[in-house]
Design a protein around this ligand. Structure first.
Ligand code: BES
Ligand code: MN
Ligand code: ZN
Length: 488
């Protein structure tokens, strides 16, 4: 995507349309005044109104371009009431426009006049597609993403930084989405680690991969216990971007497929468990992004990867394993596997003495029972939890603070080990998972635990800038948090 100062030779012009009681209006391009003359605006508004455009949020209306405008058609995207437009509305509207532009070579937009960064982020995120597995049904030209979107700006240097950040952020989100969308036959632990390592090395970052032997030598009993049912052994990958004195540790759940293990899941919807590595994908993509943005912070991703399979070598309900660091855990349910691999990784991450720890996981179905499919649950130490939630809301990922009720902790007591991996009831399942993880957080460390079981994977139709499949949540929450820490 590029910037331009004139409408030029684009095929489609994308404009914003606001709504009001007096009918729709063409959104102003505040940053540089009106690009369209009064007559063109009037002609366009008449045409748009004639075909029923109202300017409601994310509404799409396409009309032939008035003569002399230099484009074939005009795509109007609704922004809602003018006084309620915020960055998230611009991202969402740009997102639906970006998706609607499939098959178009070049589009040009005035949405950059409202907020260049938000508009660019929205177009990039909305235009995302994942097609490497399309084989014989390869996408037709009209199904391919728009090749080029130009943003009208008052002068060529305008908004350079915002545009750079938007592109970097959107590409990081796409990296996370690509990992999540890659099917589990191709993305198994060793392959996932190799692909992540390749990206990290290309970005000049430090990489360390522990294979099954190194995990055994190191005492990573949680990762090994979960991984031992699979013919494809587990990994722990560590990626470090050394950008400054402040240290942020990221940990992400990397279950490349979750059958539940011996406590096997029902067949219905089990295919969605290809997304059980979305936390891993997000923290890997965020670490690369922190480097790309040259943030003055050191970020280390510690990412456990395993495939949770039932087999003759799988762990059993009732097995006791020893986590990295020595805590023993009675595995009462092999489907509560995420917390077992995370516990090892969180203890390892704590050894680096970070200032902050954020773990991200598709951890519990209970997250969706509590908050629905689009709202991440955020737990942890209160102040940092609230800070991450606030930042998450500011970027439109909408994480919400949740408690870790002390009284639930006793329900994780085991008769024979230090801890059990599940309670014997289903109340507050997201919170008891958080309480389990809390046992593995170094004392005094500021910690946030983000449960993204629903928000990381969209099983419904596309909406706003969010496609079907991997969403890339919570990459934008994580980078906003790291930027906030960098600004301390
Ligand atoms: N990966 C699942 C959680 C999940 C469910 C993510 C649906 C996305 C969509 C996790 O490993 C799991 O199976 N959790 C169990 C925990 C239970 C056994 C305490 C669950 O939520 O049922
Ligand atoms: Mn599970
Ligand atoms: Zn899982």
């Amino acid at each position: 995507m590029v910037r331009t100062v004139s409408i030029g030779e684009a095929d489609v012009l994308v404009i914003g349309l606001t709504s009001s009681d007096d009918g729709p209006a063409i959104a102003p391009a505040d940053a540089f005044g009106d690009v369209l003359d009064a007559e063109t605006r009037a002609t366009l508004l008449t045409a748009l109104t004639a075909v029923g455009a109202k300017g409601k949020g994310e509404e799409l209306t396409r009309v032939p371009a008035p003569a002399g405008l230099g484009v074939d058609s005009v795509l109007a995207v609704g922004l809602g009431a003018l006084d309620k437009i915020d960055a998230e509305q611009i991202r969402k509207s740009a997102g639906v426009a970006g998706r609607a532009l499939s098959g178009v070579d070049t589009a040009v937009t005035t949405l950059s006049g409202l907020d260049l960064g938000a508009a660019a982020e929205g177009f990039y995120l909305g235009a995302y597609t994942f097609t490497p597995y399309k084989g014989k049904s390869a996408p037709k030209p009209e199904e391919t993403p728009v090749k080029r979107v130009e943003f009208l700006v008052p002068d060529p240097g305008f908004g350079e930084e915002a545009l750079f950040r938007a592109q970097a952020v959107a590409e990081a989100v796409a990296t996370a989405r690509d990992f999540v969308n890659t099917p589990p036959n191709d993305l198994f632990p060793a392959e996932f680690a190799d692909r992540a390592a390749e990206l990290a090395k290309a970005a000049g970052l430090q990489v360390e991969i522990l294979d099954e032997q190194a995990l055994a030598d190191g005492g990573y009993g949680g990762i090994l216990g979960v991984g031992k049912g699979s013919s494809r052994p587990p990994r722990l990958i560590r990626i470090t971007y050394a950008g400054g004195d402040k240290k942020v540790a990221l940990v992400g759940k990397g279950i490349t497929f979750d059958t539940g293990g011996i406590s096997i899941k029902p067949a219905q919807n089990m295919e969605n468990m290809t997304s059980d590595m979305a936390g891993a994908a997000a923290v890997i993509a965020t670490t690369l992004l922190a480097a790309r943005l040259s943030l003055p912070v050191t970020v280390t991703a510690t990412v456990p990867m395993a495939e949770n399979m039932p087999s003759a070598t799988a762990q059993r309900p009732g097995d006791v394993l020893t986590q990295y660091g020595g805590t023993t855990v009675e595995v009462l349910n092999t489907d509560a596997e995420g917390r077992l691999i995370l516990a090892d990784a969180m203890v390892r991450a704590g050894e680096d003495e970070p200032d902050y720890l954020i773990d991200v996981a598709t951890l519990t179905g209970a997250q969706m029972v509590a908050l629905g499919t689009r709202t991440p649950g955020i737990m942890g130490t209160e102040e940092f939890r609230d800070r991450v939630a606030r930042l998450s809301q500011s970027v439109g990922e909408n994480g919400w603070p949740m408690p870790l009720p002390a009284e639930l902790r006793a329900d994780l007591n085991s008769k024979i080990a230090d801890l059990a991996n599940v309670t014997n009831h289903r109340w507050g399942g997201m919170l008891s998972a958080g309480l389990f993880l809390k046992e593995f957080v170094t004392d005094g460390l500021q910690w946030a635990h983000v449960d993204i079981a629903g928000p990381s994977y969209n099983t419904g139709g596309p909406f706003g800038y969010t496609p079907k499949g991997g969403t890339g949540v919570p990459v934008r929450t994580l980078i906003a948090t790291i930027e906030d820490i960098a600004a301390e």
